[in-house]
Each structure stands twice: as structure tokens, then as C-alpha cells.
Design a protein around this ligand. Structure first.
Ligand code: SF4
Ligand code: SF4
Length: 110
């Protein structure tokens, strides 16, 4: 029968494998990003779920969330949120792209 210490050790190995995989994946994504002052972030509104993750990581106060009416016919919620990038303060760092869980943000040329 499997003992608790065995499980804990397998879990630690698996955690470290997943962490290494995710770090490598993020590094790959970051390498492909158009980063720098000649680029600016852009939100694809249809993919944005208003989760606020991008505003948390943006150090430059370059993202605003604004209320929109929820379009779902089945959910009884009046207001949802969408993010929008403020072009001037955006430094093109790309952090928001990596933070967005729905891939709603892309980097475009200024
Ligand atoms: S690219 Fe950087 S500065 Fe621009 S909105 Fe995203 S996190 Fe903020
Ligand atoms: S992280 Fe992505 S989904 Fe969440 S508010 Fe920002 S743009 Fe929208």
C-alpha cells in the first residue's frame, strides 16, 4: 500500500515538473512578444471577461476597466467589466499579456 511520505514525495516531484514546464512556456511566450516603447497593448474586447488581472500587474496605470452590459441571456447580472488600454502611459512591457487568462491582450505596433 502507498504510504503518505511516498505520496508527498511524488507530489513534490510533480509540482516541480509542472512549475518548470510553466516557467519554460512563459519564457517562450515572452520571447515571442513584441515588447518595447514602439509597441502598445491592445484588448480584444470579445475575449475580455473583466477579471482585473491585467490591472493588477500593470505598474504604469495604463489599464482601465469600464462597465458593460452583460450580453448573456441566461445570467441575471446587469453589469460586467471590460479592460481597455490607455495608449499614452502604456510602456509596452507586455506583462498584461502574460497575466491575462483568456489571451484577450495582444501587443501591437504603436
Ligand atoms: S504592456 Fe505593460 S504598461 Fe502596457 S498596459 Fe500592459 S502591463 Fe501596462
Ligand atoms: S486580464 Fe484579460 S480578461 Fe482579465 S480584465 Fe484584463 S484583458 Fe480582460
Amino acid at each position: 500500500m502507498t504510504k503518505l511520505p511516498d505520496l508527498e514525495s511524488r507530489r513534490a516531484i510533480e509540482q516541480s515538473r509542472i512549475r518548470a514546464l510553466m516557467t519554460a512556456q512563459r519564457a517562450g511566450e515572452r520571447a515571442k512578444l513584441k515588447i518595447g516603447p514602439e509597441h502598445v497593448a491592445w484588448v480584444k474586447e470579445e475575449l475580455c471577461i473583466g477579471c482585473d488581472q491585467c490591472t493588477i500587474v500593470c505598474d504604469d496605470d495604463a489599464i482601465e476597466v469600464y462597465p458593460v452590459k452583460l450580453r448573456s441571456p441566461i445570467l441575471d447580472v446587469d453589469v460586467n467589466k471590460k479592460a481597455k488600454i490607455l495608449r499614452e502611459p502604456c510602456t509596452g512591457c507586455g506583462l498584461c499579456v502574460l497575466a491575462c487568462p483568456t489571451d484577450a491582450i495582444v501587443m501591437i505596433d504603436r
